[in-house]
Structure formats: C-alpha cells, structure tokens
Design a protein around this ligand. Sequence first.
Ligand code: WT7
Length: 649
Amino acid sequence: MPEEEKHLDTLLTENRTFTPSEAFKARANVNDPNIYERAAADPEAYWAEEAKNITWFRPYNKILKWDPPHAEWFVGGKLNAAYNCVDRHREGSRKNKAALIWEGEPGDSQVLTYDMLGREVDKAAHMLSNLGVKKGDRVAVYLPMIPELPISLLACAKLGAIHTVVFGGFSSKSLQERIVDADAKLVITADAGWRGGKPLPLKANADEAVAGTSVEHVLVVDRVGEQAKAEKNPDRDVSWHELIAKQPSTPFPAEEMDTEDVLYLLYTSGTTGKPKGVTHTTGGYMVGVNNSMRTVFDLKDEDVFFCTADIGWVTGHTYIVYGPLSAGATTVMYEGAPNYPDRDRFWDIVEKYGVTTFYTAPTSIRTFMKWGPEYVEKHNLDSLRLLGTVGEPINPEAWMWFHKYIGKEKAPIVDTWWQTETGCAMIAPLPGITATKPGSATKPVPGISVDVVDHDGHSVEPGNGGSLVITKPWPSMLRTIWGDDERFRNTYFGDFPGIYLPGDGAHKDEDNYVWILGRMDDVINVSGHRIGTAEVESALVSHSSVAESAVIGRSHEVKGQAITAFVTLKEGVTSGDEIIKELKQVVVNQIGAIARPEELVLTNELPKTRSAKIMRRLLRDIAEGRDIGNTTTLADPSVVESLQAAFKR
Ligand code: WT7
C-alpha cells in the first residue's frame, strides 16, 4: 500500500466525533453556525467586518484588489502592526495587564505589562533607528527565545523595518544565505541561548554568517555571559544592553505603514535547494491573525495563551507575537527544552501561570505520550480550557491522549492546518461550533475557500482524495517570494490560474471534512518543520567523497517523518562509520541540527529507472521496511536487495 493510503487508513479508522459541550458553546466567541454560510456568501464583506478589529491610521478605500496571483487587501489603508499589538492596549484599559510572560530555561522569568512592553519596544526602536535602520530596511534576527526577540520584531514593525527571523537551530551557512537573499543591514543575535541546561551558541555562527555580506552592525544581547565564550568584534558589534540604556524614554512614533508594506520575510524550504523568502505584508496579515485568535482560539480578555513553538517559525510569529498581542491577550513564551529540568516543564508552566490555551505540535504530544502521564499528573491543569495542534497530521492516538490527559476530556482540540505562506490557520474547527474528528483539521475557517481537486482541477466527490487548494485570495496570504516573483507564480499558482496550491495531498470525507495527508512534493516534515530533500542532498554532495545522494522522508513514530539519506561514495573512498558520521555532520554544518539525517545508508548504487531517474518511492519502501512490489522499471533490479541489506545494517 502506498504511504499516503496507509496513513489515511490509520487516520480514518478513528470514527468518533466530539461535539462542543453546551458550557463551552454558550460562552464561545462564535457559536452561530451560520457564520460559515454568511462568510462564504460574501467573503470580502466578512473580512471587511473583521478589519474593524484593527486600528487603522487611515481607512482603506477598497477591500480587495485581486490581480491573480497578486492580491492587495484593504487598499489605501494605513496602519502600524506594533501600534496594534502594543500601544493601543497600552493607551487603554490593558495598560497594566500582562502582555508577555517569559520563562527562561534556567528558571529566571519576566512579566512585561503592555505598558512595560511598549517602553521596551520604543527604546529598541530608537536604538535601531540610531544604528541607521530605516523604513523598508531588512533586519535579520537570530535570537534564542528571550524577550528581546519579540521586542526586536515589534521595534522593527514600529519603525517600518522588515524583519527576517532565522531559527537559532540553523547553521551559519543557512543564516548567511538568508542575510544575503534579504540583503539585511543589521543582524540581531545573542551570545547564546539555553537549551537542555547547556548554552546553545549563536554569536559564533552570526560572525561566520556576516563575513563578506552587507551587514553593517551586529547587535548582541548578552543572554548567557561567560559560559557562552562569545567574542566581540569592536568594529562591528554593538551591545544591546549598553546601547539600550542610552536611549531616550520618549515614545517612538509609529510609522504609518501602507497596508501592503512588507511586515516580514520568513524563509521556508521548497523543492529546490534555495529557501524561499515568504513575504507578508501589514494590513491583511494583521486582520487575518487577529481574526484567528478570536474565532479559532476563542480568545477572551482573561486568557493566557501558551504556544510552544519557537518564534523562528511562522507559528511563533503568528501565535506568540502578532496574534495574541494584537488581540490584547497574555502570551507566554518559554526559552528552553520541554524536558529541562524535568519532563514536566510545560505542565509546570501551565500551572504556574494559569495557562488557558495550549498550542503545540503532534510530535511533542507523541513525546509526552512516551514519557508517560505521570509527569502531567503532578500538576493541576484546571486552567486549561482549549487545546490546539499544528505542523503535521495528528494521529488519532495522539489526539486521544491529548484529549484525555491534557484536556481532561473537556477542552476542545483545534487541529489547525496552515503554512508559512498562509499566515494563519486556514483549516480548523471553530471550538464552539464544529464537531471534531481525531486526525482531521475539519473545515476551512469562515472566509476561507478550500477544496480538494483532481489533476484537472475538478473538485473531487466526498470520499475521494486529491490536491488541497485554496480557491480564493485571503487577507494573510503571502504576497510574493522575496526577489523572485516568478517563483511565487510558478510554485503556488502554476497549476490552476488564480488557485493557490499549498503542495499538500488531502482527502475529503462524506461530511466534507478535510483530512490532510502530507506533502506531495519533495519536502519532508520533520517534527513539524519543513526540510527540502534537495537542500540535504546538495549539502551531502558538497562533500568531496560523495558521488551521489538521494534523501527521503520515512515515517517516524515521534517525529512524524525522519530524514533518511542514501549516499554513494566516490571510488577509492573507504566506507564505514567514520564517513557516515562525517557526512551527517556536513548536513548539520550546512543546514542545521534539525536536518541531521536519522540514518545515512552507504550504497554502491541508487535505484534508478531506465531513464536514470532516482526512484524515491522505492527508497521510502525500503526505509519503512515494506515489500517491494514490481521493480521491472528499474535499470538494475539487483540494487534493491543490496539496499535492503544495507538498510538493515
Ligand atoms: C506544512 C506547512 C503552519 C505552521 C507550522 C508548519 C503541514 C501544518 C498541519 C496540520 C496536517 C499540517 C502541511 C503544510 N501541516 N499543519 N494541522 N495537519 N498537516 O509550517 O513549515 O510552513 O509547513 O506543514 O504539510 O503544508 P510550515
């Protein structure tokens, strides 16, 4: 059975449905099921209504200008994202409400009220401005999960600079690629961050990354100190702490941004070796993420929202920073590892701060399952009222475990399907309305039009599968790929004009619920993070001993998918554990630890068709221990046996 079908089979064997409780329904922000029809009848009117929750400096004069594949939303409107996330709450009744609760790994913590956060953002904006950062400039942010990270983002937004966050787990080479592509002027980094009780160095990578680039300054936060062993370059480096202390305490005026001015770039893997700079603009993104908080996450003023993602990924941008803060909520961010000092760290945080909404990835849930419920049971989780998942399809077992042990069988679960490109959740239940089925993200949220189509772009009948598509533009959609509009057009709109193609396969069930099956392209989803097979392959072949490589994703019980690399060495190179270790390290150095292959199999030959195409499907079958069916299309069928033997070893 092909992988997708097998996967679907396990998902669909779970046929329970869970309806929202009367108590939840009664208090939900949205509990009138007509919202779906109302929004579908006139999506533009729906979004215009939603746009009222954002403060505009100047009103827009047209809701949508759609010139496929280019959309402009709220045309002519002026606003500022940081003003919407901080200042408007600070000026009002939320002035002294906790905006950001930060929990550091070693146990230090900080609570910033909206007023305090506002002051920090203003000082940081003054600082960036004094360093020469102007509206439209790009600032690369390579920081651990410390308060200076959201403060940097908001400071950029306040003065109109475009931030591009690079996840701290990426290598210096990956950081450099992004700095160069974005043509960043400034890099904000830290000496190191804490992870699992150890300093995770960042400054050394940043130093390597900026060499030979256009970067004028590196702004360094001292997070770890002595143990980080970071060196300072007096000509280029400036200290965040020294500089921020010298800034005026006057407010920094929020730049009036056009609705279509770029808010941020975020790089994501594609099918080629070069990551794509997903480009989000201001007005539509803010309307989308703000709406998502209220509808999907049922956010209320008293909620404490804990999203466990890193701000290095889009989930953190939207659901730690811009979403919760634009809605005036309290957002929790945690610096370190979930098992430090012990495996109950998340539950400890939930109890300590009275977290009401907990949003995490299926891979984390599977890890909690492995650790066992005793870590959960040590804590009082009564404050939790809503749970969410994101990043990959959730297997029903993990869903049920989450429901039972974390949600105590009463908190609804919102399984949210979306992507870096979509800006916020696209397919997800409304917790006060939608009956959930474990394993399905259910239905598109109001205002979003989704379908599953066949090769010709025709909608499939219920009970069938095909490609997931988004058939109408939506406010928080990416506007382009930075510097490569052609790639934007081809990647997302190349198949069916005006129809957005996410790259996922999906199944539509008898109730029109959507079941996401995973990527249809050469992208691997490792623990909810996208890694392009081409990126890993090009890292491997950059090594002088490698002749050829093929990289695939195999199913993995915790990570969802794991990276398996098949490598043929050049003649005369001695194979063995030594070279395997070295090659794995090449991938870590070139991309980052997240891309380290789980297995690296040395082989004399790769299975190819007679037209010399590598048969990836077959490699996946081998890695997952499945029977290999028909191999007559192979140029040399004997390759299979030797590969199977090599994989077992
Ligand atoms: C890809 C996007 C958006 C946040 C994190 C990942 C997969 C995401 C789900 C879900 C099934 C999901 C898709 C998608 N994905 N959420 N709830 N169910 N699959 O962002 O790195 O841009 O990856 O993650 O394959 O295309 P990303």
